[in-house]
Every structure is written in C-alpha cells, then in structure tokens.
Design a protein around this ligand. Structure first.
Ligand code: T1G
Length: 697
C-alpha cells in the first residue's frame, strides 16, 4: 500500500506532498507519512520544508471515518508539535478548504501561504467537537482572542484574504500556488527568516469578562449545546495558562466532546446529509440534463424565493405570473428580499444587483420555450396545477424538466396531465425558499432516472440539501408533521396552554414551539385545507376545533396580528392573550373534555414519538430511502435540534423498547387511531435491533 504522503527535495526545499482523495483527510496513513517526512527533513540536505497537497484542497480535517474507532498513533497533536519543533522553517501552502486538523497543521507550521480562492476554517463545532490539535491555543497567538472565538464558534470558513488580514496567513497569491510557495520558501531561507513557532507567540491581554459575555450569548445562539461552551473554556485557557497546560486542557475538553451524545448525533448528520444525496440503485455517473435556464410559475412568496435560489447560483430565471399586476407584486417581493440581504450585510449592493438582474418576469408561457427546467409554485389546488402542467407540456421544449413545488399533492396525478410524465418531478422547497436548505425531491412513479439525478445534483448547485421522497400525502416532512401538530393541539385542549406547549418543545431544543409555528404559517392554511376535505377525512375534531374557532374570529396568526398569541404590529413580538384561553376552555367543554395539567415530558414524548412512529411507517413504505434521510429532513427543514441527530437517531438514542412502551401507553390512554405502533417499530424491538440498521426491503 503506497503512502498517501511523498517527500522529495526540490531546489534545497524538502517538499512534502499529500495525495489522499477526496479531501486529503488526515487518516492514520497521512499522519504516519507526515511524521516520517518531517523527521527525514531534520537530517537531510533540505534547508526548509514545504507541506502541500495534490487534488482539490489542502487537508480538510481529521478523517471523520476514523471517529468512534480506537485512536491510532501518531496522534495529531503530537505530530503537529513535531512539525512546530522542526529545526528548519516549515511552510504550509493552502488551497481549497484547509479545515479543522488541516488548518491546525498549517498553524503548527512556521509560515502559511494561500491562493486567493482558498478558504481556512475550524468547523469542528458543527460536529459537536472543538479543534483538538492545538487550534484553540495557536489561533489566539496569531489572531487575538475575539477573532479566535468568532472563527471557532461559528465554524464558518473565511477567505484567504480575510485570514491574512487577521494574521492567520502570511501571503496570498493568485498564480500557481506550488510555484509561488516554492519561491516563497526559498525567499524565507535567503532572508534567514526566524523559526516563528506559534506556541512561543504571546497573546494580547483581554478583559476576563469577555469570556462570560460570549458564554451568555451562546445561551441564546447555541442553546443547550455543549461544544461551544467548551470552546470558550479552551480559548480562556490559552490566555490564562501556559501553552502546554492550555494544550492539555484542550485535549481533555476535546475528549469530553468526543464522548458527548451531541457529537455522535452531529457526526451522524454529517454523513446522513451526504448519503441522502445518493439514490440507491442509481449509478452515480448517470448522465444529467444541462440546466442553464429556469422558469418559475407563480411569483408568490415561494415562487420569488425559489427564483432567488437559482439567481443566487448564477442561473437565469423567468418568473411567470397571470398578469402584469401580479408579476409586479412578485418581483417586488424579490426586490425586498435582496434589499434586506444588503441591509443585513449579507450581500453587497453590486452582488444583489447582479443576482437580481438574472430574474426576468413575463405573463406569457411562450417565454418558457427555451428553459431547461420549470418549477410550478402556485397555491395548493391540484386541478389548477394539472391545468398548468398541461400548458407547460405544450410550451416547453422536449427534454425540459417539469417540476412542481407542491407540499402535499399527488405528483403522479400532476404528471398524468402531461404527455411526458417521465419529465415530471417534485421539487418541494421550504419557506423562506431562498434561505431554507432542505429540498425534498419527489420521485413520481414515471420520473426518469436522469431527471431525478439532474435534480439531486442541481440541489447542491443551488446550495440546497436534497432528500428524495416517493409520492404520498405530505411526502416525508409534512406527513410526519401532521402527527406532531395533532398532538400539540390535543395537549392544548386537554389541559395545556400555548405557552406551556411551546416552552416544553423549545426547551427540549426545537427552534420554535409548535403553537408559534402554527401562527407563523397561518391558521387559515389548515382551515382551508380541512374545509376542502369531507368531514370524515378531517381527522380528530379535538385537534382542530380551537384553531378553526380562532380563524372564525379573524385570528389567522402572525399575518393578522393575532392567532394563538397577540403580536405587536411594529415588533411582531408575541404575547399571551387571555381571550385564547377562553376559546380553549369553551371548546374543551363543548367536546366534553375535562382539562388536566399536562407536564412537559408528556408533551415532548407525544409530539416527538408521533414523529418517530410516522417516520417508521414512511421507512417501511419505501417513501424515504434511509432513516438518516428522515433525520436530514427534520433538522434542515423543521428546526429539529442537530445535536439530537434527528427523529430516527433520537429514537435509537432513547431506546426503541422505551419508545414502544410509551407509544403503547399512549394507545391505552388516547386510543389506537392516533397511537398504533408502526409495525417496523415492533419488528425492530422484537429483533432487539435499531433503526440505523434498517435497510430497505
Ligand atoms: N473525513 C473523511 N471524509 C470526509 C471528510 C473528512 N473530514 N470531509 C469530507 N469527506 C468526504 C465526504 O464524506 C464525501 O465522501 C467526500 O469527502 C466529499 O465531501 C482534530 C477533530 C471539505 C468542504 O469538518 O466540510 O479535524 O460521500 O461531499 O461538498 O481538530 O466535505 O464522496 O463518499 O462534503 O466539496 C474537521 C468536513 C474534521 C470538514 C468539501 N473538518 N468536510 O465539501 O464535498 S474534525 C470538517 C466538509 C477535525 C481536528 C478535528 C466538506 C468539504 P463521499 P463533500 P464538498
């Protein structure tokens, strides 16, 4: 087995090259090769050492596939200490994304040169970890404490230019990095540049209250997450302790993170997100259709947001509305969104203008004659959608993909309204579409394989996280959401209050409580959907009598200034409204319900296990490919806490026997209509197995 690390002397410079596709991760073999190379360099004729990587990026971090296995020497912190202790200058040449342990390798080098397109970062916090190879100790010595806290707590990579500004990179070049790095290293030798060991640099003093202010901010920004708090502890140790003692503290806290269930959950999501992009049974190299122009039907909130998602990726969009007035309204939503991004500093004025210029409006389907993909994003009326697809079938060129953004409707039925069902697919965006990462790609019965592959790849191009779903009412996310909302409403009418239900779920980790989510989405949405259904199909009346009563009072939610809560017209700040409790009590009485106190743990288990139970049905029906796909849907689309890994991962963590026992208890108390255990749950418990071991039939 050849080593992924090679070493040769070029013009008196010892060049260490790493070639470990796809991202030059620091596997045991890479660490071993690096160690042997840096040791060779200490005694050979080289005058300095250059560490560089082949392929698309400098080292992108420790090898995450090794996590959970017994650690193998050489350990990264020890290796980096040897690099830093080198008797000859060591230079790191950075390109692509030098992340995590990769950037820590560069920080242990004496000098860093980067190509201007390169990025550096310490994203460990996104894995529930912290930089465990000296990053929390070396960055403050180069960039100061506040820049360190911002870089490591965000986990967001920064450009080479920004890194140079704050002292993390010494030289930024635009030409050939290898050539530039070689001449830079020679220059350092000729200038007799000092061995600038990062560990020996002093840290600017800071007021000790800075750390507590960061801790308080994390209590809001990273609620209940353990890694961010430990990161602050590490950086504080860099200021208060010697380098060696600080490194020891970092190692101890890194080990705590590694053993923390939060990190196990977030590592699970890292791989689940990448797995979800792969379609079982579809060759990874299947030819995809070219998507260079896109059409959107409907300029409402969703249509405008979808149009922006494509424009933001540099893809021209034609937005179609029924008339000039509606089109103007739609485009003004887009203008407002871009203006907001500029105001918040997310985009420069020029960037916003450049992106906005890619969105054109029209009222005639003839404008879609050349588009490669069109996405219908009108409101949830299946007959209207079928009519639109019949028109698109005629207006769009052969081979154009015809997609619907429907949240619930039957994509097979919509496809049947065209002469080319193989070109029809669902692309379910989540509101706000230009911000939310999740994209459910709905594979209808006749969707062609290349159409599916094209849309899965296109999702990544517009920086979305794709998850494939088969056709069912509500696909993966919204189908599971029905049980979640049903239980929220039942807990409410049985004895809870909007505040107690929301507090239970918010404190558990959800980004927003279910009652607040209902107000945000608009109570009239469910009201109209139910009105379109025969009574027997509307579900348990106890689960919608209160929201429907509020709608009939004109309380539609945030959009009308009042729903379950009252909303300040200016700040939109919500407040409790006693009138709502009266409605709840009145409806409970009308339904013969004797209200009782409902504790948080009952609320949590009823809402979350309703998600889990439906998720298991979705798995056994083959609607979702894998359990991890469902976890990605809920974390990226519904505010499920990443540090709990998603509904399926969470159920395994709780223990399926416990989940089944609780569901059986709920069946006893609340009836089997809402609480019949999914057969797959009973099967897994009988086999003493777990959801993560599920493989599709
Ligand atoms: N280890 C192992 N495999 C990795 C990997 C890693 N660090 N990063 C990516 N891969 C695989 C990934 O699973 C996929 O495999 C392929 O590479 C392409 O990835 C000690 C402890 C680098 C920005 O967190 O952010 O260092 O699916 O699809 O979109 O302090 O990968 O093809 O089989 O994401 O171009 C810190 C994680 C680790 C970086 C590239 N580093 N990676 O994005 O490709 S912890 C990270 C990424 C650490 C130290 C600590 C991205 C990327 P497959 P991809 P991409």
């Amino acid at each position: 087995m050849t080593s992924p690390v090679s070493y040769k002397i070029v013009d008196d410079i010892g060049v260490i090259s790493i070639n470990n596709p796809p991202v030059n991760a620091l596997s045991q073999a890479v660490r071993q090769g690096l160690l042997e190379a840096i040791r060779s360099a200490q005694t050979d004729a080289s005058r300095a050492v250059l560490i560089q990587c082949d392929g698309r990026t400098f080292i992108a971090g420790a090898d995450i596939t090794e996590f959970g296995k017994p650690p193998a020497e050489p350990y990264l912190p020890d290796l980096l200490d040897e690099i830093e202790a080198s008797a000859k200058p060591v230079v790191a040449a950075l390109h692509g994304t030098a992340l995590g342990g990769g950037f820590e390798t560069a920080l242990a080098s004496h000098y860093r040169i980067a190509v201007d397109s390169g990025k550096v970062g310490l994203p460990e916090v996104k894995l529930g970890l912290l930089p465990g190879a000296g990053g929390t100790q070396r960055v403050p010595r180069l960039a100061g404490v506040e820049a360190t806290l911002d870089l490591i707590l965000s986990g967001t990579p920064i450009s080479a230019g920004h890194a140079a500004e704050i002292g993390l990179v010494d030289k930024v070049v635009t030409g050939n990095l290898y050539d530039e790095a070689l001449s830079y290293t020679k220059q350092l030798v000729n200038d007799n540049a000092p061995l600038r060991r990062t560990r020996e640099l002093t840290i600017d003093t800071v007021d000790s209250s800075l750390f507590d202010s960061y801790r308080q901010n994390l209590d809001k920004r990273a609620r209940k997450q353990t890694a961010p708090q430990r990161i602050v502890d590490c950086v504080e140790a860099a200021v208060t302790l010697s380098f060696e003692a600080g490194q020891k503290r970092e190692r101890q806290l890194f080990t705590e993170c590694m053993q923390d269930s939060q990190s196990v959950a977030m590592q699970h999501l890292f791989f689940a997100e990448r797995e979800a992009a792969k379609i079982i049974g579809l060759p990874r190299d299947i030819a995809r259709r070219e998507i260079e122009q896109v059409g959107i039907i409907g300029g409402g909130t969703m249509g405008g947001g979808i149009a922006m998602s494509f424009a933001n990726a540099g893809i021209p969009v034609t937005l179609i509305e029924v008339n000039a007035e509606a089109l103007e309204r739609g485009l003004s939503i887009v203008d407002k969104n871009y203006a907001g991004s500029v105001k918040r500093g997310k985009l420069s004025k020029e960037q916003a203008q450049q992106r906005r210029s890619l969105i054109e409006g029209d009222t005639d389907y003839a404008a879609l004659a050349d588009v490669d993909l069109v996405i219908e994003a009108v409101f949830e009326d299946v007959e209207l959608k079928k009519d639109i697809f019949g028109r698109l079938d005629k207006a769009c060129k052969p081979g154009a993909i015809l997609a619907t953004n429907t949240s619930y409707q039957d994509v097979n039925e919509i496809a049947a309204a065209t002469s080319r069902p193989e070109d029809v697919i669902g692309t379910h965006f989540f509101s706000p579409a230009h911000i939310m990462k999740l994209l459910e790609v709905v594979r209808a019965d006749k969707t062609a394989a290349d159409v599916l592959a094209t849309c899965m790849a296109l999702a990544k191009r517009i920086r979305k996280t794709p998850v494939m779903s088969r056709v069912c009412y509500g696909f993966i996310g919204n189908r599971m959401l029905q049980g979640y909302f049903r239980e929220a409403q039942l807990c409410l009418i049985e004895g809870g209050t909007p505040e107690s239900i929301d507090a239970a779920m918010y404190d558990w980790g959800m980004a927003m409580g279910p009652i607040s989510v209902a107000d945000l989405a608009g109570l009239d949405v469910g009201y109209k959907a139910r009105a379109a259904l025969p009574v027997e199909k509307r579900g348990d009346p106890r689960s919608y009598r209160v929201p429907d009563a509020l709608v009939e009072m004109g309380r539609l939610g945030q959009k009308s200034g009042a729903g379950f809560y009252a909303y300040d017209a200016e700040t939109r700040k919500k407040s409790s409204d006693p009138a709502v409790l009266e409605v709840i009590e009145r409806e409970a009485t009308a339904l013969g319900i004797e209200r009782r106190p409902i504790e948080a743990d009952e609320i949590i288990d009823r809402l979350i296990f309703a998600l889990v139970n439906e998720g298991l049905r979705i798995l056994e029906e083959g609607i979702a490919q894998r359990p991890g796909d469902i976890d990605v849907v809920y974390v990226y689309g519904y505010g499920f806490p990443a540090w709990r890994g998603g509904p399926m991962h969470y159920a395994d963590a709780v223990g399926l026997e416990t989940v089944l026992a609780r569901i059986n208890e709920f069946r006893e108390r609340f009836g089997e209509e809402n609480w019949t255990p999914a057969p797959l749950l009973e099967k897994l418990v009988a086999e003493n197995s777990s959801i993560r071991l599920f493989s599709p039939p």
